[in-house]
Design a protein around this ligand. Structure first.
Ligand code: BG6
Length: 486
């Protein structure tokens, strides 16, 4: 069978430290912002904003609480089971494994004078294990968590002080893992700082007089920190590559009415401007108009402009799960839910059990559009289907719906490659079942590998390959040529 994927295409899977590691207070690790997020059962959940937000009193309460249900504290115990998990990834033929480093495992309070050696050793062991199995680690430096102490002292990324602390943390990582890690990413889904400031930037937005101002300011600090990390990596390890990472939810106009088209364009731009900054090196003009109209004035230091201009990323990574629509008259259309934020429904698409609209062709559109706009290599570092899996009487998990989701998305990536897009790799999200970022659930499963654990943390944690495990193995072995489900 002929494949359109390059021979060295990086097939693999992706996870984040706070959603898998567990061991939240072991070997010197400090508390992270993910460790203070309490599980809320579906019937008691308010809006997504409420679920993802944080108040100072809730934070202090959670820090003291050792008995409540905080799923990200336990993850899926990857901390102790990484060898078994990595062996399963190797069995599928992974060429790359995307993971993140927990900042408070390295600097427990974020501003400690020396790094925590036990934390650094843990990632040494993980990287060595991956390399032993021929897998490249693809490492996100900050994936939806910062040390809790940085929230208490600085209100997270709202404060400029975090730039220096982050760059020092990144420098420690680059120096320690030089030669082991070839692919780095600075911030996961950096645009989510605007939608979910606590999740994305450790900012308690509820206490801010102008939340929009604070969120944009926090994002500016992250842009500068990211650019300085790029600069550091170039000084320390010139063989490694570093990218930015965007949550790319495609937004179509609800109708062909010009005002709907404009609305969709503006909503798409609210994500794209982040990559404009990190790939092109400056804020685009449309964002300045947006700031003006919303009373936002970004405080910039004189050197910021040149820092952003001179330290561009090597590649652009992004997550893609779904698409929505936008209208100038939103009341006309039904709502759809989505990855950290929703939009309007699209009558042509079906949805997942969580209401995320499934749109494989949208992935091709996004790939073409981003390549056209930036002309640098792309990497799909998250894509997947959150679903409820059933364990059959014989212990198997027949997740044909997941195979269908992946097959159609991989097919569209192939089309984009035929269109001329330079695509380095594909890491499906949650290649092993893990704790959900938004809802802290376990029952929303993404993996090729089933993990026996429920939302309350009950279960044996036993790992079982699902039907999709054997399917993905075949996909990788054929370098994307064989997508059949047989
Ligand atoms: C992305 C995040 O937004 O979506 C992941 O980078 C997250 O951390 C994934 O897990 C899926 O979202 P959820 O809320 O279903 O876990």
């Amino acid at each position: 069978m002929e494949t359109v994927f390059p021979k060295d295409f990086l097939w693999g899977g992706a996870v984040a430290a706070n959603q898998i590691e567990g061991a939240y207070n072991i070997d010197g690790k400090g508390l992270s912002t993910a460790d203070v997020v309490r599980y809320v059962p579906p019937a008691e959940r308010g809006s997504l904003d409420e679920l993802l937000g944080m108040s100072r009193s809730r934070l202090e309460e959670a820090i003291k609480d050792t008995k409540g249900n905080y799923p990200k504290r336990r993850g899926i115990d990857f901390y102790h089971r990484y060898k078994e998990d990595i062996a399963l990834f190797a069995e599928m033929g992974f060429k790359v494994f995307r993971l993140s480093i927990s900042w408070p495992r390295i600097f427990p309070n974020g501003d400690d004078s020396t790094p925590n050696e036990a934390g650094l050793e843990f990632y040494d062991r993980v990287f060595d294990e991956l390399l032993k199995h021929g897998m490249e680690p693809l490492v996100t430096i900050s994936h939806y968590e910062i040390p809790v102490e940085l929230v208490r002292r600085y209100n997270g990324w709202a404060s400029r002080e975090l730039i220096e602390l982050f760059v020092r943390y990144a420098e420690v990582l680059f120096t320690r893992y030089k030669g082991k890690v070839k692919y780095w990413l600075t911030f996961n889904e950096i645009n989510c700082t605007l939608k979910a400031p606590f999740l994305g930037a450790g900012v308690i937005i509820e206490e801010e007089p102008n939340p929009k101002q604070t969120a944009f300011q926090a994002l500016h600090h992250q842009f500068v920190a990211s650019a300085l990390a790029v600069q550091k990596l170039r000084q320390i390890d010139s063989n490694a590559k570093i990218g930015c990472m965007l949550a790319r939810k495609l937004i179509y106009p609800y109708t062909c009415h010009p005002l709907d088209v404009l609305q969709a364009q503006e909503e798409n731009q609210m994500a794209q401007f982040c990559t404009d900054v990190q790939v092109r090196g400056s804020y685009p003009s449309f964002i300045r108009r947006h700031w003006q109209e919303h009373g936002v004035t970004i405080e910039m230091h004189p050197e910021d402009e040149s820092i952003l201009k001179e330290n561009l990323v090597d590649y652009l990574a992004f997550s893609y799960y779904m698409s929505v629509t936008a209208s100038a008259n939103p009341a006309e259309a039904a709502q759809a839910s989505g990855n950290l934020s929703g939009g309007l429904a699209n009558p042509h698409l079906k949805s997942s059990e969580w209401g995320w609209q499934i749109d494989p062709v949208g992935l091709r559109i996004v790939l073409k559009e981003m390549y056209d706009r930036y002309q640098i290599p792309l990497f799909v570092v998250e894509n997947g289907l959150g679903a409820i899996d059933r364990v059959e009487d014989d212990g198997s998990i027949q997740d044909d719906y997941r195979i269908e989701y992946f097959a159609r998305h991989i097919e569209q990536m192939g089309e984009a490659i035929k269109d001329g897009v330079e695509l380095w790799g594909y890491t499906s999200w949650g290649c092993i079942d893990l704790i959900s970022a938004s809802t802290s659930e376990m029952r929303k499963r993404y993996g090729f590998i089933y993990v026996d654990q429920d939302d309350e943390g009950k279960g044996s944690l036993k790992r079982t390959p699902k039907k999709s495990f054997y399917w993905y193995k075949k996909v990788i072995a054929s370098c994307g040529a064989n997508l059949d489900n047989d």
